[in-house]
Design a protein around this ligand. Structure first.
Ligand SMILES: *[C@@H]1O[C@H](CO)[C@@H](O)[C@H](O)[C@H]1NC(C)=O
Ligand SMILES: *[C@@H]1O[C@H](CO)[C@@H](O)[C@H](O)[C@H]1NC(C)=O
Ligand SMILES: *[C@@H]1O[C@H](CO)[C@@H](O)[C@H](O)[C@H]1NC(C)=O
Ligand SMILES: *[C@@H]1O[C@H](CO)[C@@H](O)[C@H](O)[C@H]1NC(C)=O
Ligand SMILES: *[C@@H]1O[C@H](CO)[C@@H](O)[C@H](O)[C@H]1NC(C)=O
Ligand SMILES: *[C@@H]1O[C@H](CO)[C@@H](O)[C@H](O)[C@H]1NC(C)=O
Length: 441
């Protein structure tokens, strides 16, 4: 009898121990990742997330500065966990929406519900905005230890906006919306940070090749690339600056910009300052000017007077190299052979962006080397890869485009209001395609 009781109590305590170990929270992931590919025909950077219930893979174009994720809800959105965001609710207020759809005509469906918070999805490629129902749904992402992908984890309640099918015009083939990584409460990085208690920071590493994958890390470093280098060790920092006025195609009164602005104070070639009107480099009270980073522009766009000054300085630094017939949209091209090359691309002087430091009296420099300043347009010819943005092309004087950030790692540290950058990883014989995508158990 006694033995039997003991046996039962042993059994009970085993159950107790077992449930204790189950109750123990699993080790929190330090970061998540998304693979990123460059679409050959549009040059857009695309990724895939898992969303909805049951989960489906949704292909998205990345827009670094856009305020939120938006997807086509009109065609093929099926999900049992779809939840419209009610007018006046906390996520609605935090999205800074200024609109409410009290009554939607038609049967209730994703994108059409009564008393729903409404926001503005924007397609920067066709410069078009629409209205759209704000909603929440499940998102599942792959975690990472910084070296390899690890298991998928889900969170519900990721806020996104619904767009009509027509807003997909101009996006890469198969893409169903835009992944906005903007600096705001409903931006994807902040939402992931809050959902998974990972730091509100993310790092992007874009490949120059259309046949290999780059990576975006959400959360903390290490960011390890083969053959085993944690490139976060190379990061140097400059403050992220606030722009008080939205730089989106359309916006609600009072919405600040969700773009990432940095403080370029001057541009140098061979340590010589390029003569530009530095007033253009500051962000005005009405949100104009300054320097932002974009994953939507393929080549850095400069306000006309800056473009002219930089081009002139670059050409005179290469005065002894003959130019060849330019290939549009570029105006300055050279025979590849006459430039020669080195580890970081064609043999041209680097362009130095002198950036503000937290310490107002000191500066850090971001060097743009040949692989990032020159664009190969055919077998023989490479061109100076900057374009003239006109005098009032959009509310930023310098828009750093994707060609200039490929094979560099940029860390957008929202929590600490700073940008970390590595300059070219090619110095270490690493490209952004060197992340090891083999999943570790
Ligand atoms: C919204 O409410 C109106 C009036 O009550 C109703 O006729 C309509 O069907 C509702 N629409 C949806 C999408 O539920
Ligand atoms: C510099 O740019 C500002 C803003 O566009 C303009 O008001 C000012 O006149 C410019 N200064 C010079 C010297 O061109
Ligand atoms: C730009 O802003 C910085 C920092 O606020 C300031 O020190 C500088 O004088 C401004 N430059 C111009 C040309 O307005
Ligand atoms: C570039 O230089 C090479 C070698 O000198 C020459 O064969 C080729 O024709 C040149 N191409 C152009 C477009 O000038
Ligand atoms: C900031 O500047 C001050 C004075 O110019 C200097 O004493 C201090 O060491 C600097 N701090 C950093 C972190 O560079
Ligand atoms: C990539 O990671 C996997 C899993 O850890 C490992 O087995 C493999 O050797 C790694 N690949 C390289 C090229 O190091």
């Amino acid at each position: 009898m006694l033995t039997k009781i003991n046996f039962i109590s042993l059994f009970l305590s085993l159950i107790f121990l077992f449930s204790l170990s189950l109750a123990k929270t699993p080790p929190r992931p330090r970061a998540f990742l998304l693979p990123v590919t460059k679409d050959a025909s549009t040059k857009q950077y695309v990724t895939t997330i898992n969303q909805r219930t049951p989960l489906v893979r949704v292909k998205l174009t990345i827009d670094l500065g856009q305020r939120f994720l938006w997807v086509d809800c009109e065609k093929g959105y099926v999900s049992s966990s779809y939840k419209p965001v009610p007018c006046g609710s906390i996520p609605c207020k935090r999205s800074l929406s200024g609109a409410c759809v009290e009554s939607c005509v038609g049967p209730s469906s994703p994108g059409c519900n009564n008393n729903t918070c409404s926001h503005i999805p924007y397609n920067p490629f066709i410069r078009t905005s629409t209205g759209g129902e704000l909603a929440q749904d499940v998102v599942s992402l792959q975690s990472t230890d910084g070296s390899n992908p690890r298991k998928y984890l889900s969170t519900n309640g990721v806020v996104f906006d619904c767009a009509p099918h027509s807003l997909l015009e101009g996006l890469a083939k198969g893409v169903k919306g835009i992944l906005g990584l903007g600096n705001g409460y409903v931006g994807f990085p902040t939402q992931l940070g809050n959902a998974f208690s990972v730091p509100r920071k993310f790092a992007i590493c874009l490949t120059s090749s259309t046949t290999s994958r780059g990576v975006i890390f959400f959360g903390d470093s290490p960011y390890v690339f083969l053959p085993g280098m944690d490139v976060s060790k190379r990061l140097v920092y400059t403050p992220l600056l606030k722009n008080p006025v939205s730089t989106s195609g359309s916006y609600f009164e009072g919405e600040p910009s969700t773009d990432y602005f940095i403080g370029v104070t001057s541009i140098k070639i061979h340590s010589i300052v390029v003569p530009i009107n530095t007033t253009l480099l500051n962000i005005t009270k009405d949100g104009k000017g300054g320097t932002k980073i974009s994953t939507v522009e393929p080549y850095t766009k400069l306000e006309t007077s800056i473009y002219n000054a930089l081009t002139k300085a670059f050409v005179s630094a290469l005065a002894n190299v003959p130019m060849v017939k330019p290939v549009a949209p570029f105006k300055v091209c050279y025979n590849k052979t006459s430039l020669g090359s080195n580890q970081v691309g064609p043999g041209v002087p680097p362009i130095e962006l002198v950036l503000r430091n937290k310490n107002a009296t000191t500066y850090t420099s971001w060097f743009i080397w040949g692989a990032n300043s020159m664009v190969t347009v055919n077998n023989d010819v490479v061109c100076f890869g900057f374009v003239d943005g006109g005098v009032e092309f959009e509310p930023a004087s310098i828009v750093i485009g994707t060609h200039q950030i490929e094979d560099n790692l940029l860390q957008f540290d929202i929590a600490n209001k700073r940008l970390g950058f590595t300059s070219s990883l090619l110095f270490d014989e690493i490209t952004c395609a060197n992340f090891n995508f083999t999943t570790k158990a």
